[in-house]
Design a protein around this ligand. Sequence first.
Ligand code: SF4
Ligand code: SF4
Length: 109
Amino acid sequence: MPPIVDPKKCNGCEGREESFCEEACPGDLMYVGADGKSHCHAARDCWDCMSCVKMCPRGAIETKMPYQLGYHKATLRPIMGKDSITWKCTDIHGKTVMYRYRNRLERKG
Ligand code: SF4
Ligand code: SF4
């Protein structure tokens, strides 16, 4: 499922030569358009690695769970902390579970 960018939150990583999501995507799928917002130019090539979601400092990107994993109402969201990542998993019934792990590397801004 392609990443979904919230245009109200995305500022195109103003001031950076390359946006965080462009830099993070291993498939080189993200770009900042003339509208100053991030987009995915080849949605079918996205394999839901969530690197772009994790790197966005504004929480502007979301991915939907592939139907094989959780049907359309289920979500999995990474919430980045300074030295940890918290995974927020919500199943199709709305039940939420959170898992927190320490990161080995501190995020650089
Ligand atoms: S990292 Fe976030 S704020 Fe920056 S361009 Fe991508 S979606 Fe927009
Ligand atoms: S989820 Fe992964 S493959 Fe898909 S656009 Fe984001 S970084 Fe690229």
